[in-house]
Ligand binder design. Structure first.
Ligand SMILES: Nc1ncnc2c1ncn2[C@@H]1O[C@H](COP(=O)(O)OP(=O)(O)OP(=O)(O)O)[C@@H](O)[C@H]1O
Ligand SMILES: [Mg+2]
Length: 334
């Protein structure tokens, strides 16, 4: 404050210091900007680390579920860090395992193929020998039966090995599944008669799928043949075909018998080659090599379907296949 002489009065000088309230918005703005920058950098860093790890995890998951072509995207991830090295190691391991599996499958196919010709020759020689047998000589029925089993085994092995070499069905036709199932059910009923069994089909007409008719037929035949083999005389085998209103695989095809079923612990493994459940072996005292369900499972998988088995309440075994549906051809009349 300064006193003034002439004229009298007082000159007041006042300096206003900025209060903290007025500085707050600027401060918030600055802190906000810093947080944003740090946030963006943190997000980028997390993205940089988590994205390739998620991709690697997806590749491992696909590989573990049987897709031998699954690889980590090493080309898309160019950094030479630990994640890149992990991707390279995974891809090298996957290459090697795929190679081993392929050579194992080739070997199986080659061996089966090589066995077929001598077996055919042995069967022909046996037929000739049987014709020339002197009267009263011991019959060669046993040899004939064993040769027949060997021929069946080799033909199943060949089917499985060629299915294993495919990534998709050889054909992509529109298949009238209702008709196909009806034909298999009729053939089954014919076979069942001699064992005092019956086949009971419940088929929804007009169900179509896309794929290879002969593969689908062989899958179903294997499942029906099992049901007829393991079911006791006097019982019936049910074959159901229906379509669910929605879902990726709305076509449901189930075969149910009243036989011994399969121990719960074996339900998943019976679809693997050469796996036979003890219970069924004991009850029937005979049987195949354990390839039928492996063939069925592979054929269903090639059609992007799922096959599973369960022991329904009341006994027996129920094998269900779920397949994607196709629209009927335009000229089809239900
Ligand atoms: N309907 C069924 N009831 C009881 N057990 C079954 C039935 N279907 C399959 N199994 C069990 O699953 C095993 C595998 O079946 P799979 O069809 O692969 O082989 P298989 O019938 O023994 O021989 P193959 O089919 O090669 O002639 C069978 O050995 C049997 O133990
Ligand atoms: Mg079988």
């Amino acid at each position: 404050m300064v006193p003034l002489e002439n004229p009298p009065g007082v000159l007041v000088l006042q300096a206003e210091w900025p209060s903290w309230q007025s500085a707050l918005p600027a401060l918030i703005l600055r802190v906000g900007a810093v947080l944003l920058v740090v946030g963006v950098m943190a997000w980028q860093l997390a993205h940089h680390i988590s994205r390739p790890l998620l991709q690697l995890r997806e590749a491992v998951r696909r590989f573990a579920s049987g897709d031998m072509r699954a690889r980590a995207p090493r080309q898309a991830y160019r950094h030479k860090d630990e994640i890149g090295a992990l991707m390279e190691d995974f891809n090298a391991m996957a290459d090697r395992m795929q190679g081993l599996l392929l050579s194992q499958r080739r070997l199986l196919g080659d061996v089966s193929h090589e066995l077929r010709s001598p077996l055919t020759r042995a069967s022909l020689a046996l037929a000739l020998a049987q014709k020339q047998l002197p009267e009263g000589a011991a019959p060669l029925d046993r040899v004939e039966r064993e040769l027949h089993r060997l021929e069946e085994l080799v033909s199943s092995l060949l089917s499985l090995s060629s299915l294993n070499m495919m990534n998709r069905p050889a054909r992509n036709d529109l298949v009238d599944l209702s008709t196909l199932v009806r034909q298999v059910a009729e053939d089954g009923a014919f076979e069942a008669e001699s064992g005092g069994k019956q086949v009971e089909p419940h088929l929804t007409p007009g169900i179509w799928v896309r794929g290879d008719e002969s593969l689908l037929r062989s899958a179903l035949e294997n499942v029906v043949r099992n049901a007829l083999r393991y079911a006791p005389g006097g019982t019936s085998v049910g074959i159901d075909l229906r379509r669910e209103p929605s879902g990726a695989r709305p076509v449901r095809l189930a075969v149910r018998d009243w036989g011994p079923g399969v121990p719960d612990g074996d339900l998943g493994s019976i679809f693997r080659p050469f796996v036979r459940s003890e219970r069924a072996r004991e009850r029937t005292g005979e049987g195949g090599a354990g390839l039928g369900l492996a063939i069925a499972a592979r054929a269903v998988k090639l059609h992007r379907g799922i096959i599973r088995a369960e022991n329904p309440s009341g006994g027996g075994l129920r094998v269900e296949m779920a397949l994607p549906a196709a629209d009927p051809p335009e000229d089809f009349e239900a």
